[in-house]
Every structure is written in C-alpha cells, then in structure tokens.
Design a protein around this ligand. Structure first.
Ligand SMILES: Nc1ncnc2c1ncn2[C@@H]1O[C@H](COP(=O)(O)OS(=O)(=O)O)[C@@H](OP(=O)(O)O)[C@H]1O
Ligand SMILES: Nc1ncnc2c1ncn2[C@@H]1O[C@H](COP(=O)(O)OP(=O)(O)O)[C@@H](O)[C@H]1O
Length: 208
C-alpha cells in the first residue's frame, strides 16, 4: 500500500509478461530518444525521418510530437513556464511507458527547460534516455519560420515565444548533438543516420 501524489491506498500490480519478454518479441530494446531544440530547428522532421528509417530496418518506434500532443493529451496546457513543465512531465511519463512496452519512443518537443528534461531522464535507467540536441542557430530557425510564429512573436502578437522572449536552455551533457557543418545543415536522412548509428552502437536495435 502506498500514498503517492494525491492518491492513497494504491497498489502496484505486476503482470507476468514483462519488458524483457516484449523486447525479445520485438528484437530490440525499449528506450526514449528525446529531441529538443528551438521551434523550426527540425525536431518533427528528424522524428519522422528517424521513425521511417527504423521502420525500414524492422524496428518498432512511435513518435510523440509536442505539437500533436497539444491537440489531445495536452490540449488544456498553454506556454507558461508551469504549463510547459507539466507538458514535459506528462510526455516524459508516456515515453517511459512506451519504452517499457519495448518500443523506441521518439519524443520531439521544444522542452526548453533543462530541469524538465532532466526530470524525464531520471524516470528511466540513464542509458535508456538518449537526448538529442538539434543545435540550430536562432537565425536559421527564424528564417525558416514555416508557421509564421517567429514573425508574430517579433511583432509582439505572441508573448513568451521560445528564443524570442522566453528562454531556451541548451543541454549540458546530451548524448547526441546535431549542428551545421560549414554553415550547412545536415539533411533529414543524415540527421536520422546520426541517431541510428548511436542506437546501433549501444545495442538498442537488437534484443539483449
Ligand atoms: N509561445 C510559444 N513558444 C514556443 N512554441 C509555441 C509557442 N506558441 C505556440 N507554439 C507552437 O507550439 C509548438 C511547441 O510545443 P511544445 O509542446 O514542443 O513546447 S514546449 O516543449 O512545451 O515548450 C511549437 O512547435 P514547433 O515549431 O514544432 O517546435 C510552435 O508551433
Ligand atoms: N535538415 C533539414 N534541412 C532542411 N530543411 C529542414 C531540415 N529539417 C527541417 N527542415 C525544414 O525546416 C522547417 C521546420 O522543421 P520542423 O521539423 O517543423 O521543425 P520543428 O519541429 O523543430 O519546429 C520545415 O519547413 C522543414 O521542412
């Protein structure tokens, strides 16, 4: 019996089929690939490209994209610091469940605050949380501006926009950093390739 958060008299129920069994079935190891970066840095593009590449290799993954989750699970949250923290907390918990299911869970959210990303990391064994920093300069992201949001933020029509009048705290110790080389951004396939190589090296793409 336990008291957790606001719940009392709750019990953990163990099922006979566990993570190890599911991983054997899937021939892979569950983990979370957490993609963080500014709006327009390419998070969704990388998430989709990575998902496609893993699928073609026979690995099961699922994308949790910040924008998409705000249409459902997180539709009651805005962009205040408290709401962003709750947004990341919920997605971290869902990602943990997907990893426990044996999937390669790809979470792509701005997740601008270091402490929130670190709290998600702390939910899993450290090696199972792969933080990918899409380190693209603000000028590049703002130049892309596919949704016109930077323009609105610069005009003062959106308040608290990340990188403009709300902070983005870059990771200090991420597993993977993706950045421009000689002023050129890697292609979506190259970005996905960098992550796949890491996952392959660490053994996630095969059963233990
Ligand atoms: N104020 C403000 N700041 C940043 N982003 C904003 C804001 N308002 C709306 N949007 C749009 O919301 C998308 C980011 O959602 P996230 O859930 O990833 O954000 S966060 O992690 O909670 O900070 C983000 O999507 P991406 O451009 O794909 O990153 C924006 O389209
Ligand atoms: N590696 C890349 N090379 C060129 N353009 C890219 C690349 N990644 C993303 N883009 C483009 O940049 C824009 C923003 O990408 P998106 O994935 O939506 O970013 P985010 O999810 O971080 O907001 C889109 O128009 C996308 O096509």
């Amino acid at each position: 019996m336990a008291t957790l958060g606001n719940s009392t008299n709750i019990f953990w129920h163990e099922c006979p089929v566990g993570k190890v069994d599911r991983q054997k079935l899937l021939n892979q190891q569950g983990c979370v690939v957490w993609i963080t970066g500014l709006s327009g840095s390419g998070k969704s593009t990388l998430a989709c490209s990575l998902g496609r590449e893993l699928h073609s290799r026979g690995n099961l993954s699922y994308v949790l994209d910040g924008d998409n989750l705000r249409h459902g699970l997180n539709k009651n949250l805005g962009f205040s610091p408290e709401d962003r923290t709750e947004n990341i907390r919920r997605v971290g918990e869902v990602a943990k469940l997907f990893a426990d299911a044996g999937l390669i869970c790809i979470a792509s959210l701005i997740s601008p605050y270091r402490k929130d990303r670190n709290a998600c990391r702390a939910l899993l064994p450290d090696a199972n949380f792969v933080e990918v920093f899409l380190n693209m300069p603000l000028e590049l992201c703002e130049g892309r501006d596919p949704k016109g949001l930077y323009k609105l933020a610069r005009a003062g029509k959106i308040k608290g926009f990340t990188g403009i009048d709300d902070p983005y705290e870059p990771p200090l110790n991420c597993e993977i950093e993706i950045k421009q080389k000689d002023g050129v951004c890697p292609t979506p396939n190259e970005m996905a390739g960098q992550v796949v190589s890491y996952l392959e090296d660490k053994g996630f793409l095969h059963a233990q």
